[in-house]
Design a protein around this ligand. Sequence first.
Ligand code: ADP
Ligand code: MG
Length: 269
Amino acid sequence: MIAGIDIGGSTTDAVVLDVPGMRVVTIELTDPVAAAAGALGKLVSECGLRLDQITAVAATGAGARGLPDTLLGRPVFKVDEFTAIGVGGSTLAGKESALVVSLGTGTAIVSVRPGRIEHVGGTGVGGGTLLGLARHLLGVSKIDTLEAMAARGDLSRVNLTVGDIAGGPLGDLPPASTASNFGKVGSDPSPEDKALAIINMIAEVVAVLSLSHARACGHKDIVLTGKLTRTIQFARRFAHMELMFSRGFIIPQHAAYATAIGAARARPQ
Ligand SMILES: Nc1ncnc2c1ncn2[C@@H]1O[C@H](COP(=O)(O)OP(=O)(O)O)[C@@H](O)[C@H]1O
Ligand SMILES: [Mg+2]
């Protein structure tokens, strides 16, 4: 069986699909070879497999370039990261065509159609930005702490809305839509308000960019993958934007590990 490994900027995921229920492990290590070897070793030991049952390792992600041709004696083949994102997101969502948006350390946007996977855009605003701003603005390093704070936050003390400026809707923009993230400089927000505003700003940037690309590429469905999809307020903000723009965001099961799954399902190149 094939093991898919995604060596990302923040985490390394290793997955095997051919065991009941699929199995995945995630580790956080900065050295790509140590991360990949550690993830593969942990995966086989947790699944009760032997290493020689892994016929090949399909490696992708920013750290895959540095991997040798074998890992713990198993042959390695590299899978282009955008291919892995596209295959992973679209197959998990059961869609032949979709815009797949990987919400990882940064954000990558991939168009998937039968026979054609294309990297169409992205932004450096992503999960790394979320943790970086949390650390710099609030002194908070853990995503769980940030989420707990954000649950008690109030956006209206940080963001300027269309209603604040115009006193009502502006053209097709409802009064609650954001006119300026962090733009309400006249009020004194709490750390909890700022925590929510950071998450919200990143969700809005990524959602608006995804919607623009979906429109430009003619995609009806937008599939979200990567570990940022687990952040509750983040997912909630996407649900809100979906209503505003009448286009569907899908967060499939196993979205957090979609890129490793895509690597395991992609063909060697
Ligand atoms: N348990 C978690 N561990 C690490 N990052 C997490 C976790 N939950 C959410 N995140 C967010 O997800 C981002 C990493 O997403 P991931 O899909 O692992 O990206 P990459 O493939 O670039 O490593 C982090 O920057 C962080 O904002
Ligand atoms: Mg990843």
